[in-house]
Design a protein around this ligand. Sequence first.
Ligand code: NAG
Ligand code: NAG
Ligand code: NAG
Ligand code: NAG
Ligand code: NAG
Length: 504
Amino acid sequence: TLILMFLSLGFLSLCFLSPCFLSPLYEEFKVPHGENETVHDRITYNMRKSLDLDVDGCILVPGEKRSLLDCGFNVTAKTIFIIHGWTMSGMFESWMRKLVAAMMQREPEANVVIVEWLPMAHQLYPDAVNHTHQVGLSVATTINWLQEEQQMPLQNVHLIGYSLGAHVAGYAGTFVRGSVGRITGLDPAGPMFEGVGDEKRLSSDDADFVDVLHTYTREALGVSIGIQQPIGDIDIYPNGGDVQPGCDLTSVLTSAAGGNFMDVMKCEHERAVHLFVDSLISKEHTSFAYQCTDSERFKKGICLSCRKNRCNQMGYNAKKTRKRRNSKMYLKTRADTPFGGIHYQMKMHVFNRKQADNADPTFYVKLYGAHNDSQDLHVDIPNKVGLNLTNTFLVFTEDDIGDLLKIRLSWEGASESFGSFWKNIKKNFWDWKSSSKPTNQMLEVRRIRVKCGETQKKFTFCAQDPSLTEITPGQGITYVKCRDGWEVKPSKKRYTAQSNSVYC
Ligand SMILES: *[C@@H]1O[C@H](CO)[C@@H](O)[C@H](O)[C@H]1NC(C)=O
Ligand SMILES: *[C@@H]1O[C@H](CO)[C@@H](O)[C@H](O)[C@H]1NC(C)=O
Ligand SMILES: *[C@@H]1O[C@H](CO)[C@@H](O)[C@H](O)[C@H]1NC(C)=O
Ligand SMILES: *[C@@H]1O[C@H](CO)[C@@H](O)[C@H](O)[C@H]1NC(C)=O
Ligand SMILES: *[C@@H]1O[C@H](CO)[C@@H](O)[C@H](O)[C@H]1NC(C)=O
């Protein structure tokens, strides 16, 4: 059945891109439009007054000053345009409600305007792509009118586009006279945009500051739903931009809401919106992303630096940085809101003491904090553990455990879990010699150096009992802050927001 599931998924994603069984369906919904109908008749500027999307918004009519007065448009306040993407139902998807509500709560004075282009988005995907240019032009015309006749400062304009909507925002930014303050691309669409020129997709030239979240960049059948390449001033790839926690087949299909296959596909794509919403509502609990050349290096824990703008907050609270291209940033997240957690870089020199030349140890760490303890966390070292070498790895805790007090490092032994049991069976099958002997391998770890990404603090942890630094399978060692000075280098500057109450 699993294979069947994947087949249907593949089929669905194929339909996402090409006319197939959806064509008869959408023909029915296609809005007939006469020759005299202008683009404006099919694009609506829906200014929100109520958190409830079922309550009609106030329609802004570009060129009609009267409508601004009627809608209570405040030209000196921030103006946020929210732009949806391709749609299969021809209706708003549920994320729109959440994003609008979160935005209105965060910025009560702002003008929050939904750019509705549903009839043009409810088409075969290539046709909807074709319309992004036209819709972007309409948004730019509207903004030009607001700035030229109503003196709305362009700096105050923030365009937020999801999927295809991100490229609509890109066109709007291109066509507007001057440069809008900010564009946020939430998992900008990939098909037909990946690899095309800057002028045909969202790019960093389209606003003073362009920030992009990439959440569904996994490739299937040669394309990915979300664009893979970095296209903004900062491009954040949560969880590597491909595998979002909580979006695996079983989690979605067995969710309380009762998911279907479409939801499985949407989960990762839409995650960008939910991460952004999270950044609007949980101001106190900000998530940081860290610049890194690629996801593999980030997973090794190498990139937790905040120097020279190498880290930034994810989502609405992102700090404007100077223009630069290809600034890929990474972070790990939880599966649900609040999505943020704490990143630790750990470094330990692993000495080979006895017969461990062929050892492929599986390490776990458990962190003990002032508020709480973590669970046993698997130490993910992408290659094998390097013997007689310093190993760097990344540890992510979902909960803020408070100041880190103690670390327990354990080497999973044959008797410890079922997983390692199978691992040993497999290993012994190939390595006959070692299966005939009981293992008496021994490694030594004297200290663990720790850096917390969120506070940029560094500590060194020493074995609690200085005579016990050797470790064998199935055993553990406890480390506490070394007595000779806790904090290695007191950081001159904290990069966290003042309101941020993270300890680590
Ligand atoms: C378009 O407008 C012209 C004049 O404004 C009118 O004569 C014509 O009937 C209109 N066509 C449609 C399809 O509405
Ligand atoms: C318009 O927005 C500005 C800036 O947010 C605010 O100071 C002002 O009070 C607002 N005016 C009205 C009438 O709400
Ligand atoms: C986009 O639509 C226009 C008008 O229907 C058409 O002339 C043009 O060929 C289309 N472009 C693409 C790339 O499909
Ligand atoms: C590590 O060093 C020990 C002695 O210090 C040596 O016996 C062992 O072969 C070395 N192992 C590796 C993998 O280099
Ligand atoms: C402590 O952490 C555990 C998971 O490790 C979590 O279930 C529990 O809710 C946390 N307690 C507090 C007080 O945060």
